[in-house]
Design a protein around this ligand. Sequence first.
Ligand SMILES: Cc1cc2nc3c(=O)[nH]c(=O)nc-3n(C[C@H](O)[C@H](O)[C@H](O)COP(=O)(O)OP(=O)(O)OC[C@H]3O[C@@H](n4cnc5c(N)ncnc54)[C@H](O)[C@@H]3O)c2cc1C
Length: 456
Amino acid sequence: MDIMSALTRIVGNDRVSNNPEELFIYSRDSGAQPPRHVDFVIMPTTVDEVRSILLLADEFKIPITPLGGGFTLSALVVPNRGGIVMDLRRMDRIIEVDEINRYALIEAGVSQGSLKSYLEKNHPRLQHSTPEAPPTATVVGNVLIQGHGHISPRYGLNSDMVSGMEAVLPTGEICRIGSCSLGSSWFTRGPLPDLSGLFIGWLGTTGVVTKLSIKLYPKPTYREVIVFKSDDVNLMTDAIFEATYLDMLEDFFIINQEKPDWLNHIFYVLILSGHFKEELELKKTAYKRLFKEFKDGGRVEFVEHLHPALEKRFLDVPPLAALAADFRKGGGFEYTGAILPITKVPEAWRKGMEIFRKYDMMCSYVHQVLMGNSIMFGFNYSFNRADEVEIHKTRKALEESNRLTYDLGGIVWKGEVAAQKLALERMDSNTVDLMRRIKKVMDPRGIMNPGNWDLG
Ligand SMILES: Cc1cc2nc3c(=O)[nH]c(=O)nc-3n(C[C@H](O)[C@H](O)[C@H](O)COP(=O)(O)OP(=O)(O)OC[C@H]3O[C@@H](n4cnc5c(N)ncnc54)[C@H](O)[C@@H]3O)c2cc1C
């Protein structure tokens, strides 16, 4: 069977390639994992095309890797076993925005940037939860990896914001999840058995999500950033607890970097918002008072004069929290995103520091407080992609911070294959078995992004 001709029959000449120059960019990402081989890249524009490609791949047992923006940095969209990369970015229609029922129905390739600017132009009172990822990252890719955005401390993970979904299985069935399975409205995914869990967190190993309904939220008129700093790692758990307990935050992240000197403190960055100026003032006063009185006062200090450039970057949507990341010549950047309970933050901080020291890397921390009960604790490593020694060091540091995450009782977020293996090794065996059975039902011939969540 001539696979290239068969793929061309599905999408035409322009949207499929086996040209080495074009495959090159799909064979790697900007993280620290080694490049891998790709046989074909294809860009469908319709659900029918997605289905035909999947059926062909299923018949000939060709691995398929779904790709959104490709920005996870952990090579989740770089095929482990060759085959076809299905680049979904041409499926980029914003199908509907229902302003009253507050959702946007979009195709798989709609980027964060395009949804944001569409809403700004057409529905300025509404917003979606925007991650700090580059604007060409897709909304669907982010939801499927359980990402978070600038209003997550208030409303939850972006994967909690799904109101409906359409997915194509490798066996060709097109399934709808939520109210859209009963009628034409995509306003909710419950109360029904929540089948979105068959795709969320599975890293493209169960099917291809072609449409998504994502919740929209009110967009307050007034926003302000206030920053507190401290040098006491031991205070972090209580500081996070108290700040989230007050329950008035739009966004909340914590940054620190060893150099330059002024950044070498623990900065608590709080984004506040309100529909009225008075509301914003009240929140500001409440947080200033909270930290003034915190642990008998004076141990977390208000930053009086935040540089205007910094203020702007923090207030941007998404904010530039990764400002604290030590971006180096050579452009490589990766991090272990450790989802941790907040009680573990001081220990993660200290042990993470030992890893930075061991590999002679500059400490740079960016942590996103998710809700009261968890944090995305970021062990950040930047490296020169042209320098093999640095890449090797980064992989070792990632390996150690992944292991540390599990030792602390946390979970590595969007982990590369090795981190997924660590999770499976530690996971309760009945749970692994359940995953295996689900995988078998969803993808009986094992063609979907093989190597990821490798259940044997
Ligand atoms: C500087 C920087 C900052 C970041 N900050 C954040 C942040 O603040 N919050 C955050 O959540 N993330 C962040 N990220 C991580 C990541 O870039 C984002 O989560 C991004 O939104 C992922 O979307 P993507 O389109 O790039 O997904 P991809 O990398 O393309 O895909 C992710 C996974 O989903 C699968 N997949 C993609 N589309 C489909 C589909 N339609 N059907 C089935 N499977 C699919 C892929 O196979 C892959 O396994 C950041 C990354 C960088 C580089």
